[in-house]
Ligand binder design. Structure first.
Ligand code: C5P
Length: 221
């Protein structure tokens, strides 16, 4: 079974997708982490994120190791553990520039995501989170969820994730609003795909959202 969970930053999709995968005994793929890993490598190599060709070549050459265990997330790039580094605000600021408009980077990562999904299907299935999973990466998913939350709730969640005082409320609002705008330039992002179910998590606890999706998964089986 493939479960697609698409949603904007701060909608709670990572915690939700991990929780659903753990409960249902499925693997888990965080596609945003893959775009973050490419961004990390682009910056590490001193490449200008706006230099689309060089960034795409970096994406193709990158040795990317991402775990699909929902309870033990690790990301490696060219032999370096970057699990923590990809969450740095520096990466959040640049990721849309590398990911959203660079079609060659997208093609490379979509190819890798589809290979991971195909392998996971041999062993029960996978929960895949991102922005374009139901529309582009895995339109064959048995369950397609679009997870939303209003902007205030998303900001509060992002803030809770970051180290105390790492960014100001203004910077955070800026990042979320700007990343939404940058991400919205990609046509396939968050458009309703056939049969997608929208779950608004603004007033739900994490456990409640996980319950809703697990119930939908049972119905979709
Ligand atoms: O989900 P997360 O906020 O970690 O994603 C980081 C960024 O990666 C997004 O803002 C978006 O620009 C990009 N992304 C993407 N396609 C996906 C997942 C994430 O372009 N499937």
């Amino acid at each position: 079974m493939i479960i697609a969970v698409d949603g904007p930053s701060g909608s709670g999709k990572s915690s939700t997708a991990r929780g659903v995968a753990t409960r249902l005994g499925l693997q888990y793929l965080d596609t945003g982490a893959m775009y973050r890993a490419v961004t990390w490598s682009v910056l590490e190599h001193g490449i200008d994120p706006a230099d689309t060709e060089t960034a795409a070549a970096r994406a193709r050459d990158l040795q990317l190791a991402i775990s699909t265990d929902p309870q033990h997330q690790t990301v490696g790039a060219d032999g370096t553990d970057i699990t923590e580094a990809i969450r740095d605000p520096r990466i959040s600021e640049s990721v849309s520039k590398v990911a959203a408009t660079n079609l060659a980077v997208r093609a490379e990562l979509i190819r890798r995501q589809q290979a991971i999904i195909a392998a996971a299907q041999q062993t029960g299935g996978i929960v895949v989170e991102g922005r374009d999973i139901a529309t582009v990466v895995a339109p064959e998913a048995e369950l397609k969820v679009v997870l939303t939350a209003d902007q205030e709730a998303r900001m509060a969640r992002r803030k809770a994730e970051l180290a105390e005082g790492a960014v100001s409320a203004e910077q955070l609002r800026d990042q979320i609003v700007r990343r939404d705008a940058d991400d919205s330039t990609v046509a396939q992002f968050l458009v309703a795909s056939d049969g997608a179910v929208t779950v608004d998590s603004t007033h739900l606890s994490l456990e409640e959202v996980i319950d809703v999706i697990c119930r939908l998964a049972k119905e979709a089986e």
